[in-house]
Every structure is written in structure tokens, then in C-alpha cells.
Write a protein that binds this ligand. Structure first.
Ligand SMILES: NC(=O)c1ccc[n+]([C@@H]2O[C@H](COP(=O)([O-])OP(=O)(O)OC[C@H]3O[C@@H](n4cnc5c(N)ncnc54)[C@H](OP(=O)(O)O)[C@@H]3O)[C@@H](O)[C@H]2O)c1
Length: 317
């Protein structure tokens, strides 16, 4: 299907999510549940059914928090998965840099499906905007048949932070590309919320922005949906996905303190500016489109018990 034929409508929050093919048994990355039903989705979509022995998939950002989970889910019979990285080494890793475009042609040789998770909030203009441009140009030349891009819920409603603006521009680069595409926007990952809270925790009193609304989501559930989309036909902009509940940041911080056994006073502070107002007004939410089932407390339980406090980023050996 060509990009021009794709659904480019922007689904509104509350407009209904696509049915969860996992039938409510979404895979979890925390808690006791094993890997779930995405394997069935993969089996149902395997290219072997179409007479092709193995489908080449390239995952940019495959060393990152989301990307490595996507890679893990895709590895196995029927799919050859490559990871693009500037510095990692190991089986299946191809060196390349989105900013310069170096290594992209080689990384994309013979690739059928491209899953674009690489990003840099510190250098969004160079990596996200410039890098997505380089990547899509190279993908077009290589004859890639489907690119799946992950974005963030509300980047159009809250385009004030430079990073969100860059994500929105990156979406447009994907949409204009000749490569058939799918774009998925997800709400903030649990690990992102945890990182913000741990930054607030550095002061003796936690100065939590008043009224910031988040809908944190399990990163493994986002990876599930990315894989599901990558194994389907290009679908244009698909409905946003979000976590199971909308929570105010100070409330998440309180739960964090309780779960970690820490004592700290939380003071809710008003934050000025357009970006802050958008966050208070729920620009970052997809309330009618809950896909994730894992709640914040469940994430904290699994994460703090394992002594892990970061964003889940894993470097390939
Ligand atoms: N965090 C959230 O709450 C959230 C919510 C919704 C959507 N998202 C989106 O999810 C995606 C993944 O986020 P994440 O938190 O998993 O990212 P992450 O852990 O920070 O990983 C970033 C990845 O980007 C790669 N990268 C950075 N600069 C690069 C360059 N110049 N060339 C090639 N690769 C480069 C890195 O690979 P190397 O270092 O190995 O080169 C790394 O694998 C992003 O697009 C983000 O916008 C995030």
C-alpha cells in the first residue's frame, strides 16, 4: 500500500482504540507473568506463510529502553533482526549514525520492515528531525516496504518543548516519505515518570509540579503493540495508546515514596508557561484509549524490588 493511500487522519483521544489482539492478556514486563500472546501474533503473521524464508527487520534504537524490548520480541524463526547503533557491538548490530547518515545504506540492505525507535531528547533537531530524514531517504532507496515509527501522545497539542516539536516534525517526515508507514503514539513510559520523580527527590523537599497529568504506560506493552504493527500492513496513523490510569505527578510521587519506604515532604508548586498548562489540561493523555494494563504501583513493585531505578535501557554486549 502506498503512503498516499494510507489513513492519515489523526485519531482523537477517546475515539476508540484498535481492538487489543491480545484479548486482554497483554504481555507484562513486570510481575510474574511470562511473555505473552505477541508470539501468537508473530506466528500468525510470519512471512514464511508467504513463501519468504526470513524477513529482514531493522530496529533503530534497538539498544534503547523500548527498542531492545522490540528486538527481543522479534528474534526467532522467520525474522532476521538487525539493530542500528552508533557504538554497540554484538550479533545483529550494525554500526550507523542517524545524525550523519553514516552506515544507513548498509544497515538497510535487504531490509523489509524498519522499526524506528531511535531518538535523542538532548539533540532532537539533529537526531530526531535530521536523523529521521536521513533514515527515510535511505529506506526509500533500499526499497523498504514498511516503516513503523513511535511517537508521543499529544505532541501536536503540546508542541512547546523542543523535543515534542521535533517528534511532530519527525512524524511529518515519515508521513511524506515514499515508504509505506505506520505511526503509533504512546503515553509516557513508567520509567520516564520514575526518572522525573527521582530528579525531584534530589532536594530535601520534593517540589512537584501541581496538576501535571500523566497516563504512564508499561514499556513492554508499547513494545508489544509496535511488534504487532510491524507484522501487519502499513496502517498510517493508528489510534494512540495509553496506560491504564490518569494520575497527577504529585500523586505518582507519593506512591513512589510509599513503595520505596522513603520519607519526604511533597510540596505542589505551580509551574508557569504554555507547556506546563498543556500538561495540566491533559494534552499528553489518551484517556479513552487505554491499551496498557500495568499500573504504576505494579511497576514500582517490580522495579524497586529488583533494585532497578532507571529507564530500562540496556546496551547490547
Ligand atoms: N520515554 C517515554 O516516555 C516515551 C513515550 C512515548 C514514546 N517514546 C518514544 O520511544 C522511543 C524510544 O525511547 P527510549 O526511551 O526507549 O529511548 P532511549 O532508551 O533513550 O534510546 C535511544 C536510542 O536511540 C539511539 N540513538 C540515539 N542517537 C542516535 C543516532 N545519532 N544514531 C543512531 N541511533 C541513535 C540509541 O542508540 P545507540 O546509543 O546505541 O547509538 C538508543 O538505542 C523514542 O522515539 C521516544 O520518543 C518515549
Amino acid at each position: 500500500m502506498g503512503a498516499a493511500q494510507q489513513n492519515t487522519a489523526s485519531p482523537e483521544p477517546g475515539g476508540g482504540c484498535t481492538p487489543n489482539v491480545f484479548g486482554g492478556m497483554v504481555t507484562r514486563t513486570v510481575g510474574p507473568r511470562p511473555w505473552g500472546r505477541w508470539r501468537d501474533v508473530r506466528a500468525a503473521n510470519t512471512k514464511e506463510d508467504e513463501g519468504v524464508s526470513a524477513s529482514e527487520v531493522l530496529v533503530t534504537g534497538g539498544t534503547g529502553s523500548l527498542g531492545h524490548r522490540v528486538v527481543d520480541r522479534l528474534r526467532g524463526p522467520g525474522y532476521e533482526v538487525r539493530t542500528l547503533s552508533r557504538s554497540a557491538r554484538g550479533a545483529g548490530v550494525v554500526r550507523g549514525d542517524l545524525q550523519t547518515g553514516e552506515g544507513l545504506a548498509r544497515a538497510l540492505e535487504g531490509v523489509d520492515v524498519l522499526i524506528h525507535c531511535a531518538s535523542s531528547p538532548r539533540k532532537p533537531r539533529q537526531t530526531d528531525v535530521g536523523g529521521t530524514g536521513h533514515l527515510l531517504e535511505a529506506a526509500g532507496r533500499a526499497g523498504v516496504s514498511h516503516v513503523v515509527f513511535v511517537s508521543i501522545v499529544g505532541v501536536d497539542r503540546n508542541p512547546y518543548p523542543p523535543y515534542y516539536r521535533a517528534k511532530l516534525e519527525s512524524e511529518k517526515i515519515v508521513e511524506r516519505s515514499p515508504v509505506p508507514w505506520t505511526i503509533l503514539r504512546a503515553t509516557q513510559f513508567h520509567g520516564f515518570a520514575l526518572k522525573q520523580i527521582r530528579l525531584l527527590e534530589r532536594l530535601p523537599v520534593m517540589m512537584a509540579p501541581r496538576g501535571f497529568l500523566l497516563q504512564p504506560m508499561d514499556i513492554g506493552e508499547v513494545a508489544d503493540r509496535m511488534v504487532e504493527l510491524a507484522l501487519s500492513e502499513p496502517s498510517g496513523r493508528v489510534p494512540d495508546i495509553g496506560g491504564p490510569e490518569v494520575r497527577a505527578l504529585p500523586d505518582l510521587a507519593r506512591s513512589y515514596l510509599k513503595a520505596s519506604g522513603r520519607r519526604r515532604r511533597i510540596v505542589e508548586v505551580p509551574v508557569p508557561g504554555k507547556a506546563a498548562r498543556a500538561l495540566r489540561e491533559g494534552a499528553q493523555l489518551a484517556p479513552g484509549q487505554t491499551y496498557g494494563e500495568i499500573r504504576w504501583e505494579e511497576f514500582l513493585d517490580g522495579t524497586l524490588r529488583s533494585g532497578f531505578h532507571g529507564t530500562g535501557r540496556k546496551k547490547l554486549a
